[in-house]
Design a protein around this ligand. Structure first.
Ligand code: S3P
Length: 176
């Protein structure tokens, strides 16, 4: 596979961006980059500590900087954090040389997948399912900015990955 573009995965927390992204990268020989993991590595801090010490706005600034850095290269599968879609400049940077796939899941499936997680500061609230509903509603139009949407509820991780590989080849040819 030519390495002149990136595959970008967007979508809510718990939709499988990181897990699927690693498999896609392996299948097509691209590098795998996780935005949250890069933030933690470069700042030396856990995401939840960045939120608690500096607040969400500062986290979003760091996220934007890291996305700018990562999108300088191609031949990568980039897994973004669930809120990376909130800023137009992030979307622009990711779209410039990437095809964007949005992974979707129902709120119940998301809740099941994230309920044991300790590193998702936005869901550390009394009623996480309600919070998930609220955030999904607020972000719906932002996730709609993708080139292709995949509902993951009834698919295995491998099926989602295969779908992305197939659609990437098709969409990439369409753009050339
Ligand atoms: C966030 C999602 C998280 C992480 C941060 C904020 C969000 O990433 O970036 O906690 O705003 O949805 P994941 O989607 O990988 O959990």
């Amino acid at each position: 596979m030519e390495r002149d573009k990136n595959i970008v995965l967007i979508g809510f927390m718990g939709t499988g961006k990181t897990t699927v992204g690693k498999i896609v990268a392996q299948k097509i020989g691209f590098d795998f980059i996780d935005v949250d993991e890069t933030i933690e590595r470069l700042t030396g801090m856990k995401i939840s500590d960045i939120f608690s010490k500096f607040g969400e706005a500062r986290f979003r600034d760091i996220e934007t900087e890291i996305i700018k850095l990562i999108t300088k290269k191609t031949g990568q599968v980039i897994a973004t954090g669930g809120g990376a879609v909130l800023r137009d400049e992030n979307i622009q940077a990711l779209k410039k040389n990437g095809i964007i796939f949005c992974l979707e899941a129902s709120e119940e499936v998301i809740f099941e997948r994230v309920k044991e997680s300790t590193d998702r500061p936005l869901l550390k609230v009394e009623k996480p399912l309600e919070r998930i509903r609220e955030l999904l509603c607020q972000r719906k139009s932002r996730y709609g900015l993708s080139d292709f949407v995949i509902n993951t509820d009834r698919l295995t991780i491998n099926e989602v990955a295969e779908k992305i590989v197939r659609e990437f080849a098709r969409l990439k040819n369409g753009q050339n």
